[in-house]
Design a protein around this ligand. Structure first.
Ligand code: F6R
Length: 255
């Protein structure tokens, strides 16, 4: 994997760095390299992880690196951002299934160090507070990986979500259900609700890595860079986080 040269950085503010890369492969490799370097520096890192199409390449590189260079996840802990409500963990559309399939089954992480909200429980409210406190008791998240929705959502925090929200239940936006229906047989199968870390939970992470790829995210990237901070565009709050790196590919920044 190549070394990231400083000239690839655009400083947006003291805190927010934008790394422009050629394409999705480079985005994935660069993100993997950042994560692997951190794991090598601190073996007991706590990672916040995302699902969706964007981090698939990153996870592929992490698996490849684990196999070839033996980076160890023995002491790494993970917390996922979100999970659908009402899906069994072995349903192949659950995020639990996704994480096992793309990452956990292929690295030496201990199952007891892997955490996702349980979306398939009768008391979702209780699950939200349990998850929120559990992250805190664990000492918080060192590095949170994020994707972004075309409407600016992060996690499942849709436009209009209060910035002070902690882990909570959400009703999914139609645009989000439509976007995610590509993984299901029909749109009716896409759950209507999910459990997600809130914006406040995400903002407590010590560092954030936001991945933005493809033409369908170009508008969101532009709005993030050029727009103001508003609950109508949830990702805009990241401008107030002290340590954010955005990795964006040409399709998303050059439209
Ligand atoms: C997934 C998540 C979502 C996705 C976003 C982008 O855990 O929290 O916010 O990051 O919907 O999804 P993709 O990468 O599929 O475009």
């Amino acid at each position: 994997m190549g070394i990231i040269s400083a000239s690839n950085y655009d400083e947006m503010s003291d805190a927010m760095k934008v790394m422009k890369v050629k394409n999705y492969e480079e985005l994935s490799k660069t993100a993997a390299e950042i994560m692997i370097n951190k794991i090598n520096l601190s073996s007991s890192l706590t990672l916040g992880l995302a699902t969706g199409s964007t981090p698939e390449g990153l996870y592929r590189y992490l698996v490849q690196d684990h196999k070839s260079r033996h980076t160890s996840y023995e002491h790494v802990t993970t917390f996922n951002l979100d999970e659908y409500a009402g899906l069994n963990r072995d349903n192949e559309n659950s995020y639990y299934y996704y994480m096992n399939h793309h990452l956990f089954n292929h690295i030496n992480i201990s199952p007891e160090n892997v955490h996702l909200p349980n979306g398939n429980t009768v008391n979702l409210e209780e699950e939200c507070s349990r998850y929120e406190s559990f992250i805190e008791q664990n000492g918080g998240i060192d590095l949170q990986v994020l994707g972004i929705g075309s409407n600016g959502h992060i996690g499942f925090n849709e436009p209009g979500t209060p910035f002070q929200a902690k882990t909570h239940i959400v009703e999914l936006d139609d645009t989000t259900r439509k976007a995610n229906s590509r993984f299901f047989h029909t749109i009716n199968e896409v759950p209507t609700h999910a459990v997600t870390m809130g914006i406040a939970t995400i903002m407590k992470s010590r560092e954030i890595l936001l991945l933005i790829s493809g033409k369908s995210k170009a508008e969101a990237f532009k709005r993030l860079i050029e727009g103001g901070i508003s609950e109508q565009f949830p990702a805009s709050i990241l401008k107030q986080h002290p340590q954010v790196t955005i990795i964006v590919d040409r399709d998303a920044y050059d439209c």
